[in-house]
Design a protein around this ligand. Structure first.
Ligand SMILES: Nc1ncnc2c1ncn2[C@@H]1O[C@H](COP(=O)(O)OP(=O)(O)O)[C@@H](O)[C@H]1O
Ligand SMILES: [Mg+2]
Length: 503
């Protein structure tokens, strides 16, 4: 049997880092924490993404909390997708507990209760900073993916965006998009055919149906203004701590399509907005997605491809994505293969399927001369996990069963009043609170249709009185007057579209 000294040395060597790092806890041998054998994750490789997995009640959410706190302490902002609403406690210090003191004595690091700067975000009617995006910003490619459109339908969607671009029609919400779609095969049929070719009514009909389906999941709350500036996710407070942005998603758990729409648009927007970093010593922003199986289970093949490619690309912008889920097999293999940090809590071995999952999971970890990985996977206690990270050179660190540190903030949720205080004192809530309904494609097209109808009526009357219409007058009148909108948001939207079209 391996000696404690050998093991200590193994961990010390494998987890030593020159740069800054986060301490996760102490490594364990034969179920016992080895004091001061610290498991450390370098900030440098945190943009290489990660996974927190394990059965219910084994400590996944607390691990997420510990990571978020320590990132914030290092001045790194965080975005948490809180599907169960159990992370708000980050805004209050831990009340402490003898068990926590015991845990930290075993690990060999002090326990320091603290609160963290928290911002509450929302995708729906719930209180908090409203996250919205315009259809223009969303772009034709993403919209097609999310609606699961065929190639022909995707082509039509691209034409609709192009038409709006050419004619300066802002596409703000889904109402705008539906209007242009109807116009293309209705009143505007001639104009469209001349400029872009014939558009089939059956295709626009299908697209319309799919949009209505998306609306039924509440997507109309998400599309519109004022659109969220992703730079607001990277705020640092006066004490130099990164903001912890908690997106409360308790009310959209049963609406996976809306959730994946949002996720994908957010990732695309971050990808578009953040500068290329190259080799950086620390990440810019870390995203945690709790209950991540929700975005993967219902996603179409096209959507999965899109997620996979964004996961690959976004890391050069210093963005790390962390998936939290019960079973590693919930995450597609192509995504799993790209994850740098793996925190595996205990798995249960009730059924044959469970045992198969355990075998598969064990095979995904580096071999260790100190552990039987399969055996450790089923015997870990609560708040303990197998960890494998990437060292500063990008090599896997030694596998370490770890007694994890406790969250410095409250493990329980905020009271109603505490939550209200956080929301009331937020600057961002005010910034994004106002509902704007600017003149956009819907209104402009309606006006245009009305004018065309008026014109047709007039012409009919004129013809009836047999008065000749002068050619010049006719041609100016037939040119629809479209307002040129030059607001900053519109320009930003168009640029977004162009970038996304070109990709
Ligand atoms: N790192 C930890 N330090 C102290 N207690 C922990 C830790 N991790 C888990 N626990 C305890 O276990 C409970 C369940 O953890 P939780 O993270 O909610 O599980 P999961 O998200 O996997 O269902 C917590 O309420 C807490 O009491
Ligand atoms: Mg949980």
């Amino acid at each position: 049997m391996a000696s404690k000294e050998d093991f200590f040395e193994h961990i010390e060597k494998g987890y030593s880092t020159k740069g800054d790092f986060i301490t996760m806890g102490a490594a364990m041998l034969n179920g016992e924490a080895i004091n001061s054998a610290l498991v450390k994750v370098p900030l440098k490789t945190l943009n290489r993404h990660g996974l927190i997995a394990g059965a219910t009640g084994t400590g996944k959410t607390k691990t997420l909390q510990v990571l978020a706190e320590n990132l914030s302490d290092k001045g790194i902002p965080v975005l948490l997708m809180d599907l169960k609403g159990d992370l708000s406690g980050l805004a209050q210090p831990s009340p402490g507990h003898p068990k926590i003191d015991e845990r930290h004595a075993k690990i060999g690091i002090p326990f320091e209760p603290k609160r963290f700067p928290v911002e509450i975000l929302s995708l729906s009617e719930q209180d908090g900073v409203k996250l919205r995006a315009t259809v223009s910003e969303f772009g034709p490619v993403l919209l097609s993916r999310i609606l699961d459109l065929s190639e022909t339908q995707e082509g039509i969607t691209a034409v609709i965006f192009k038409y709006c671009d050419d004619n300066k029609l802002p596409l703000l919400d889904l109402k705008d998009f539906k209007k242009v779609l109807q116009y293309a095969t209705g009143e505007g049929k001639e104009e469209f055919t001349k400029e872009y070719g014939r558009i089939s009514t059956s295709s626009t009909g299908t697209i319309l149906r799919k949009i209505i389906e998306l609306e039924q999941q509440g997507a109309d709350l998400f599309f519109g203004e004022k659109s969220f500036d992703v730079n607001d996710l990277t705020r640092i407070d006066e004490e130099g701590r990164g903001y912890i942005n908690i997106l409360r998603l308790t009310d959209i758990q049963d609406r996976p399509k809306l959730f994946s729409t949002f996720m994908l648009s957010l990732l695309a927007e971050i990808y578009d907005t953040f500068p290329e970093l190259g080799d950086s010593e620390r990440p810019e922003l870390i995203l945690f997605i709790d209950e991540a199986h929700l975005i993967f289970n219902e996603a179409s093949k096209a959507l999965l491809d899109q997620i996979e490619s964004i996961v690959k690309l976004i890391r050069s912008k210093g963005i790390g994505l962390y998936f939290v889920t019960q079973n590693p097999t919930d995450v597609p293999n192509e995504v799993l293969a790209q994850l740098g940090l793996k925190v595996q809590h205990a798995l249960r071995a009730f059924t044959a399927r469970d045992r198969k999952a355990i075998k598969l999971t064990a095979e995904n970890y580096p071999l260790s001369e100190f552990y039987d990985t399969k055996e450790v996977l089923t015997s870990l206690g609560i708040g303990e996990a197998l960890i494998s990270a990437l060292d500063e050179k990008g090599r896997p660190t030694p596998l370490a069963a770890t007694l994890l540190r406790a969250p410095m903030s409250r493990m329980d949720i905020l009271t109603e009043n505490e939550l209200k205080d956080v929301i009331d004192s937020s600057k961002l809530v005010k910034k994004y609170g106002e509902v704007i309904d600017r003149e956009s494609a819907y209104e402009i097209l309606n006006e245009k249709i009305e004018k065309a109808e008026e014109l047709a009526k007039e012409e009919k009357e004129e013809a009836q009185t047999k008065r000749r219409t002068s050619n010049t007058r006719r041609s100016t009148r037939q040119n629809p007057v479209i307002k040129v909108l030059t607001s900053a948001t519109f320009i930003r939207g168009v640029l977004g579209v162009l970038k996304k079209v070109m990709r």
